[in-house]
Design a protein around this ligand. Structure first.
Ligand code: PLP
Length: 517
């Protein structure tokens, strides 16, 4: 070895160089940084007349198209390398699960195994079209049938609707089935959906979208649904409750069976938000807990890619009571092969309609089934065990420096901290999260769940090794110590090193500018 070996820190990683404040003040002449050029919006590239494709001139009689003739598409003209570089450069300004741990709580940002990607590209699965004759896509239908089978086995539920395209879309599917079931029983007057205060924002939003009135259920001091409060609110006007289990505080709802019993006794249905299924897959079957409908985010628990706005998939498992109302289409098998039920006849006469065109996100189905089959039943059980172990390792490794709202007992797959420990430091949860970016880590979920002050929700998932977790813990400990030592500037100006600084995220979400002028 001719090189000096780098200094190692306590976790055996090369020590980071001291932050050089002068370097952070350095301004490049034209906005570049390191090897990354400043990037214009694609609409700022100026040549609109250039095209990368040579179309033969077509003789169209413009009068046939009347006002529909498109003369100018106004698409920016880029060569193939320019287009390639534009998007690769943009991708380098962003974070990805392939770069580092991505600790967003409630998002289950786990590694996407490359085997999944390989299978999704197999010609007979990747190159087919939803309008092909059913006889030519028998393998794809068999795959959907097999995926449905394992989703039912893993959840202990008799039916599944696989068309919903995200978790929130699954919630919509479940509530529409619940609404149809009540109407079929002459109970259409039930207008209220009960949702705990700790719920994911999609739950009350979905209920409101379906036209229900949302009523909140209180939470106990130990972070669970207040069963007495729930019982007092259940009544003849309640259509359903929506409960997340494990809940968004990263805790298992101990009284879940009692919650289901009370709900059914009141004539309501139990919708379970199953986005956190990763914590219990292979260990607990929601069907055994009395759940009537639950979405499963394939893009979380079953490792299909997400986070860049890509396609999700949120199949919904349904109880015996709700199964007849499941949306079209679904796969059936005959002696002669598989078929898609698309019509309102026989057993499907009560379906509430469709969630989308065609049959759902095929690419996600392939990846999710690949993940299931490559893990096997023992492997899926270990997914849940390791996800919970990793979260508890983080909680135990930080608890002496950072405060936890629910210190009693272990957590499930997410470690939740509050901002009590930052009191008097002038550093906020937001500042702390932004400083993580300068250290090479994506922030955790912040200020959610809303019921915990200054919440920091960390979900490491099972795919992180101990070495990766130790590196993450070392950074959080160092930052926590810096905050307590009064190194406020490090936090208030953060991120110093990211391509974009503090963005007005609220305005971007509430008043997005969707066109460039
Ligand atoms: C992710 C998540 C959802 C929504 O899922 P999407 O696929 O983003 O629509 C709903 N509830 C909980 C608890 C979640 O974590």
């Amino acid at each position: 070895m001719t090189q000096d070996s780098p200094k190692m820190n306590s976790v055996g990683r090369p020590s980071a160089p001291e932050i050089n404040v002068e370097a952070t003040l350095f301004k490049s002449l034209l906005g570049g940084k390191g090897l990354l050029q400043s990037e214009k919006l694609i609409f700022e590239k100026d040549d609109y007349s250039r095209t990368g494709v040579d179309f033969a001139d077509i003789a169209i009689d413009a009068s046939d198209l009347e006002g529909l003739l498109r003369s100018d598409l106004s698409l920016p003209g880029l060569t193939e390398p320019e287009a390639m570089r534009h998007y690769v450069r943009l991708s380098q300004k962003n974070h990805a699960i392939d770069l580092a741990l991505y600790p967003l709580g409630s998002c289950t940002m786990k590694h996407n195994p490359r085997l999944n990607e390989k299978m999704a590209r197999v010609a007979g699965l990747g190159d087919i079209h939803p309008l092909q004759p059913v006889s030519t896509v028998q393998g794809a239908l068999a795959l959907m049938d097999t995926l449905s089978h394992w989703l039912k086995v893993l959840t202990g539920m008799p039916a599944v609707a696989i068309t919903p395209k995200a978790g929130a879309h699954g919630e919509l599917c479940g509530l529409l089935a619940i609404k149809a079931a009540h109407e079929a029983k002459g109970q259409g007057h039930r207008r209220t959906v009960l949702v705990p205060t700790s719920a994911h924002g999609t739950n009350p939003a979905t209920a409101a979208f379906v036209g229900y009135t949302v009523e909140e259920v209180a939470q106990t001091a130990d972070g669970r649904v207040d069963v007495a409060d729930l019982a007092s609110k259940l009544g003849p006007d309640v259509a359903a409750i929506m409960v997340t289990n494990p809940n968004t505080c990263g805790l298992f709802e101990r009284d879940i069976v009692e919650i289901a019993r009370l709900t059914h006794e009141a004539g309501a249905y139990f919708y379970c938000d199953g986005a956190n299924f990763n914590a219990i897959v292979g260990r607990v079957r929601p069907g055994d807990l009395g759940v009537d409908a639950m979405h499963i985010n394939l893009h979380k628990t079953f490792s299909t890619p997400h986070g860049g706005g890509g396609p999700g998939a949120g199949p919904v498992v349904l109880s015996e009571a709700l199964a007849p109302f499941a949306p079209k289409p679904w796969v059936v098998s005959h002696d002669s092969g598989f078929d898609l039920v698309e019509h309102d006849e026989g057993v499907s006469a009560q379906n509430f309609g469709r969630m989308c065109a065609f049959h759902g996100q095929m690419g996600m189905f392939i990846r999710a089934l690949t993940y299931m089959l490559s893990h096997g039943s023992d492997g899926l059980r270990q997914v849940a065990e390791d996800a919970v172990l990793n979260a508890n390792y983080i909680k135990a490794s930080l608890q002496d420096l950072m405060s936890v709202p629910f210190p009693e007992g272990p957590c499930m797959h997410e470690a939740l901290f509050n901002d009590h420990w930052l009191e008097g430091t002038d550093v906020t949860t937001l500042d702390f999260a932004k400083a993580m970016i300068d250290e090479g880590f994506h922030p955790m979920t912040m200020y959610f769940p809303l019921v915990v002050h200054g919440a920091m929700l960390i979900e490491p998932t099972e795919t992180e090794s101990k070495d990766e977790l130790d590196g993450f813990i070392a950074v959080l400990r160092a930052l926590a110590q810096a905050a307590k030592a009064g190194d406020v500037a490090r936090f208030k100006g953060a991120p110093y090193l990211a391509p974009a600084k503090r963005l007005d995220e609220t305005r971007a979400a509430r008043a997005p500018r969707l066109s460039y002028t």
